[in-house]
Design a protein around this ligand. Sequence first.
Ligand code: NAD
Ligand code: TYD
Length: 360
Amino acid sequence: MRTILVTGGCGFIGSNFIRFVLAGNRDIRLINLDKLTYAGNPLNLADIEQDSRYRFVQGDIGDAVLLEQLFAEEQIGTVIHFAAESHVDRSIQGPAEFIQTNIVGTFRLLEAARKAWLSDSDSNHRSPVTNHRFLHISTDEVYGSLGETGYFVETTPYAPRSPYSASKASSDHLVSAYFHTYGLPVVTTNCSNNYGPYQFPEKLIPLVFNNALQGKELPVYGDGKNVRDWLYVADHCQAIWSVLKHGHLGETYNIGGNNEKQNIEIVHAVCDLLDERVGLLASGKPRRTLVRYVKDRPGHDHRYAIDAAKIKQELGWQPAMTFEQGIRKTVDWYLEHSDWISNVLDGSYQDYYQRMYGEK
Ligand code: NAD
Ligand code: TYD
């Protein structure tokens, strides 16, 4: 049985990924190392907690002693590294944690894998011949901001513009350095904006869902015309699995939804679906009327758009879900999981919301 260490498995994408892997593979053991920050929620995996192929370890990827112990006792052969501070607005409010987890934490994880997997002679010969894999999950935000045209390809120069994207860019460079310097068997993925079940409601889609359901204002930054390329999270999980199985060592793969939307289009889509599912607001008005244009995010990247030709050509992956299907599934999932939402919207979320938007 192969043992995979997943970091950050109690977060949005990590928890979707763990469920996806356990559902499709009998012969895999998963160790989920998660610090349980505000974004990590064990409830995301409540349904698989008792699965004998699954073990949860609460801990920090920056804890070198814990990592060394885990690699030895679990004979870790594969790492899939999701753990990160992931929200741009929080990185603007306080970048320190982003440096600590995304950069220093990734460094500690790379070191632990190097010590466990490579002998000194491997490192000297720079020959990544093992069947181990270190899959680093990153973002398209490392490439910076596009104008009205063009796409990010794997060779687009890095130009991060927020503390979040700068810290992820830094971690990508460290991963690449461990491949070239030590021969660590790494692969990196850079993915566009994900949406779907279990996303923390500080991010656009679940935040808009939650506010619109409650009849609260919907804060749209700037003119609402910034563009993101949205990918349903299950498609991301499938892409990660393809890269793990067939991706080439030392390579990076861009993953995208081929689905560019302006933020205001996303907000309208969620509002319209909610109107359809639960009826108009008590005032008789449609939920679109809740939109409030607010001060723009500092350094707000204008447009992200991924050219995912490489992963399609080399690994045969492409998104299965259209945006219209995916957003419907997402809205329905949130409607059916109101206890998950109320659990997540605790006091610390209310404090964050007040700091960020000036109201509870
Ligand atoms: P998330 O914020 O929902 O979850 C992050 C998880 O990491 C949480 O469970 C948290 O407790 C854990 N964590 C944080 N610091 C830790 C530490 N020091 N040690 C151990 N665990 C720690 O994030 P997400 O949206 O699921 O993103 C996962 C990864 O995918 C991140 O690396 C992110 O950069 C990348 N990514 C996200 C998106 C997106 O749209 N969400 C897109 C592309 C790439
Ligand atoms: P977000 O979900 O934070 O993802 P990212 O910044 O990583 O792309 O935001 C998506 C887009 O939505 C981004 O352009 C910022 C915008 N946005 C708003 O307009 N209002 C909000 O309240 C939030 C959270 C985001």
